[in-house]
Design a protein around this ligand. Structure first.
Ligand code: SF4
Length: 312
């Protein structure tokens, strides 16, 4: 970084696409010498603040996101909220990701806090690389520096994804009861929302497989065979991941956030079409969170053990 350049701190809300693309974001800023600060892990206070700031119809994940933005206000020069629209012409992100930046700007319109975005929209000729280049330039870096930082960050993200798939391959080869969990990374990896569910299975000695720990291109191809009309990128990755791992699992859990439009369609489709595997549908909402879920998980495990002839 130019020695004369004023240091900048960028705040990143630890929610939603952070759990999918946070590695590339942090590595990009790091490569440019820009300091990043994360909001704290989700807790009850963040959730309640997000609920207070959001309209009722918003999905739980987006409500949590607003709580994270609130936690960063005044703690950094900019809060980073990228707009993910499309990576290719024939698929799109859920509209929440397209509108998140504008929605946040509107909710915090009276705050002096500055926000930063980048617009990934291949359908409108703005690839991910172009978007990151424009982001770097908007912070005062050259196009060349920004491109280099993007390439470096992309490699880091790809290596991380490959490692997750490799680790899961190794876990799937072990003996033991295996449960495949299908849910967005911002639910599953969130310490307040999804972690209690993951912990439950780990403590019960079950081997957990995650649909999102799949090569993304392979998952999209697998999804097209199951549901050729599915257009949402992240739904394709999850459904395709479920198709690729399901034969190696004894049961499958579909985890979604209330009221998620894409999941309500894809999970219903999987529940109806998949007859060869027991499926449990779990929906997290703002009121109950994970309360009461443990009992349902225990019963689900008992049913699977019973079916396999193991002691319950
Ligand atoms: S896919 Fe569902 S949970 Fe995710 S942002 Fe869209 S509506 Fe919310």
């Amino acid at each position: 970084m130019d020695a004369e350049r004023k240091p900048i701190t960028v705040g990143i809300p630890r929610a939603m696409l952070y759990y999918q693309y946070g590695t590339i974001w942090k590595a990009f800023f790091e490569a440019l010498g820009v300091k990043t600060v994360l909001s704290p892990p989700t807790n009850r206070e963040i959730l309640e603040e997000g609920i207070r700031l959001s309209v009722d119809e918003t999905c739980l994940s987006a409500k949590v996101f607003m709580g994270h933005v609130h936690a960063l206000i005044g703690k950094c020069d900019y809060i980073f909220i990228p707009r993910y629209s499309s990576f290719r012409h024939d698929e799109v992100f859920c509209t929440r990701f397209e509108g998140l930046y504008d929605q946040t700007r509107n909710i915090f319109r009276t705050s002096p806090q500055r926000f930063l975005s980048c617009n990934i929209d291949a359908k409108n000729h703005q690839s991910e690389g172009d978007a990151f280049q424009a982001l770097g330039v908007s912070l005062g870096f050259s196009a060349k520096e920004s491109r280099q930082a993007y390439r470096q960050a992309l490699k880091k993200q790809q290596a991380e994804q490959k490692a997750a798939v490799r680790n899961q391959e190794a876990a799937a080869k072990k003996d033991g009861l295996k449960i495949l969990i299908v849910g967005h990374p911002y639910l599953l990896s969130d310490p307040y929302l999804g972690k209690p569910i993951l912990d439950f299975f780990r403590e019960s000695g079950t081997i957990l497989l995650r649909a999102d720990h799949t090569n993304r291109d392979r998952a999209k191809t697998a999804c097209m065979e199951f549901s050729p009309t599915c257009r949402w990128i992240m739904s394709k990755e999850l459904v395709g991941g479920a198709m690729l791992w399901k034969d190696r699992a004894d049961g499958m859990i579909l985890l979604s956030a209330f009221p998620c439009g894409p999941d309500s369609m894809t999970n219903e489709l999987m529940t109806r079409k998949l007859k060869d595997i027991p499926v449990l549908n779990l929906v997290l909402d703002a009121q109950s969170g994970t309360a009461g879920i443990e009992t349902r998980l225990e019963s689900f495990l008992d049913i699977i053990r019973f079916k396999k002839g193991s002691p319950v």
